[in-house]
Design a protein around this ligand. Structure first.
Ligand code: M6R
Length: 607
């Protein structure tokens, strides 16, 4: 998704902007550009990686200490030099970058064309530059206000004009925007990691607000012009956390961070007796006792975490629980009521579909609990209760540590609710708490078995299709394993409940077809083995994820990746780690761009 940078201060703007854009690469992009003001407006932009833009800037440097920059993820118009941001008005006196989609773009464009405007790009963004220029009467804030009043959709829009040097004006509707406060310099960005190495003090721009940025700081008001008092947010993340830290890829680094992430997410939140203390979950025991049903909504990996959550809540709480893809739920008239608790899960807290589903749940009277990794994200700000995952910034597009942290958070939530409802007794709570406390060590142990995973990766490297099977919680983990593999290795893969195989997909299993089976659920062990037998009988190559003391599996599986024995309820946590590593090594061996897989973006802030 598009990344935004802005800078006003004493330094040359272009290198600062370029550096910030590089730190936003994890959002995914197809082109990049920067603009500076220095009596006039100069723009450099290029399709492709930021290095192309950097080369361009080496050849044709930009001079000026006020500037804006952008990484684009195409929505209107193909990735190209011309469609890359920034965009100017025809006179070149106004320049904009934009994240989001202008939904009435066609109508606005046609109206401007009738008035004689020519456009150089296919983007919706260029229209905004024209609109601002049209509306300008000596006051940039007012021009931006009047321009965005005509635009429908989602945007973070950042504007500069040569007429008002030393100033950047930005507005936010849905798409994220933050301000970093430095000493005599101020930064704008779509995400905190872009400037975390430069400042730890931030202002979060909310929906419907405008911010005017100068070297002396930032003034926020509503787009309508009402003053806003925004507290400075101090962020403690270690800047080191946003770097690769010696690993070849962010994904591998993030996989290896998981023992610490589990410890962090549990930290100070769980007593030995299973009492959970969740600092930003504000509902009281009466609410926890009384609500009738749980809804979980999310997309992608967060949805898969929700599938695990559903099973945890079902088993521990016996509460009817529905998990819905957010993009489905927002349009399917869900039967959510004021007797519901809705848990919206999102690493970024900015996923447009998840935000829309969460808002819908609130409109219908549900209490909203946001389970997110990003402090101050939109999802967190709109919630009644927040459960932060404390995984630290996740840079790789393929989510790993955030997923694991989402699982841990849901165990904690189940304990919090279960104790209040009286359905999780002391013995069970203490057992789960003990199992959770062992997890950091168990995950660590798994990370030392990478050689076995590499051998397994070599086995499936050239496969055409890979199938993942499991039952119950194992099926939920299989879904995540399959997504990880497909998004970075580009191998076709599918996950299904083990019992479903014989209802159709078995037709695709021939000699050598890899089938990965997850086998942590002891109550369903024999049933799952029946499916494994069906695969074996057709010559399929079975790779099993099984407990280290499983002394049967070698009879059925071609190869086995062992995981430490755990309570079945906690099995998914350890089981997903070899699957993450497997996806990583297949992608590495196939020579792919692991941290930024093709066609994908880290944070999907458009519908
Ligand atoms: O930020 P979110 O957790 O809301 O993102 C949801 C999905 O876009 C995300 O999990 C996506 O599926 C990942 N690339 C998976 O690795």
């Amino acid at each position: 998704m598009c990344g935004i940078m802005g800078y006003v201060g004493p330094q040359q703007a272009a290198p600062v902007l370029l550096d910030g854009l590089r730190r936003l690469e994890y959002r995914g992009y197809d082109s990049a550009g920067v603009a500076v003001t220095n009596g006039k407006i100069d723009v450099r932009k290029a399709e492709g990686k930021i290095d192309r833009l950097a080369n361009l800037l080496d050849d044709e440097p930009l001079h000026g200490t006020v500037g804006i920059g952008h990484t684009r993820w195409a929505t209107h118009g193909e990735p190209s030099d011309v469609n890359a941001h920034p965009h100017t008005d025809p006179s070149g006196q106004f320049v904009v970058v934009h994240n989001g989609i202008i939904e009435n773009f066609q109508t606005l464009r046609e109206a401007l064309q009738e008035d004689g405007h020519d456009f150089t790009s296919d983007t919706d963004t260029e229209i905004l530059a024209h609109l601002v220029a049209n509306e300008y009467e000596g006051d940039l804030e007012n021009a931006v206000r009047r321009a965005v009043a005509k635009a429908e959709g989602a945007y973070a829009l950042v504007v500069m004009t040569k007429h008002e040097p030393g100033k950047i004006v930005a507005v936010r509707r849905i798409s994220p925007l933050i301000v970093g406060l430095g000493d005599g310099e101020t930064f704008l960005a779509s995400d905190i990691p872009a400037v975390l190495h430069r400042t730890r003090d931030f202002l979060i721009v909310e929906d419907g607000e405008m911010v005017v940025v100068t070297e002396n700081g930032a003034v926020i008001e509503t787009i309508a012009g009402e003053p806003v008092a925004r507290e400075v947010m101090h962020i403690d993340w270690d800047a080191e956390q946003a770097e690769k830290g010696g690993f070849d890829h962010f994904m591998l680094k993030e996989i290896h961070e998981q023992p610490a992430v589990v410890t962090e997410t549990l930290g100070g939140r769980l007593d030995e007796d299973g009492t959970a203390w969740l600092e930003d979950v504000h509902f009281d025991d009466d609410f926890a006792r009384d609500f009738d049903e749980l809804w979980i909504t999310a997309c992608g990996t967060a949805y898969h975490a929700g599938l695990v959550g559903k099973e945890i809540f079902r088993r521990l709480l016996r509460i009817p629980t529905t998990v819905e893809y957010a993009h489905e739920m927002r349009y399917n008239d869900p039967l959510i009521s004021d007797r519901s608790l809705t848990v919206a899960i999102s690493q970024s807290g900015e996923t447009a579909d998840t935000l829309a589903a969460a808002r819908l749940a609130k409109e219908r009277g549900s209490r909203l609990l946001s389970l997110t990794n990003v402090v101050g994200s939109t999802l967190s700000r709109e919630a009644d209760d927040i459960l932060y995952t404390r995984a630290g910034p996740e840079i790789s597009v393929a989510s790993t540590k955030a997923y694991l942290a989402m699982l841990i958070a849901q165990y904690l939530l189940a304990l919090r609710i279960g104790r209040a409802r009286g359905v999780v007794d002391e013995g069970l709570a203490a057992r789960v708490a003990h199992g959770l406390s062992l997890l950091p060590g168990q995950v660590e142990q798994l990370l030392h078995r990478e050689e076995e995973v590499i051998a397994a990766a070599e086995e499936i490297l050239d496969a055409e299709d890979v199938y993942f099977i499991g039952r119950g919680l194992d099926y939920a983990v299989a879904m995540e394993g399959s997504l990880k593999l497909k998004e970075i290795s580009y191998l076709h893969s599918e996950a299904m409940p083990a019992g479903e195989l014989k209802h159709g997909t078995l037709a695709l299993i021939t000699a050598g077809t890899p089938v990965i089976v997850v086998l942590t659920q002891q109550a369903l062990y024999d049933k799952t083995i029946s499916a494994v037998q069906e695969v074996k009988a057709r010559g399929g190559k079975v790779l099993a994820i099984a407990y280290e003391d499983d002394d049967q599996i070698h009879k059925f599986a071609h190869s086995v990746l062992r995981i430490p024995r755990a309570d079945d309820l906690l099995g998914p946590v350890a089981a997903v780690v070899p699957l993450q590593l497997l996806a990583y090594h297949v992608a590495r061996l196939r020579g792919h761009d692991i941290d930024q897989p093709r066609n994908l973006a880290k944070s999907v802030t458009v519908e």
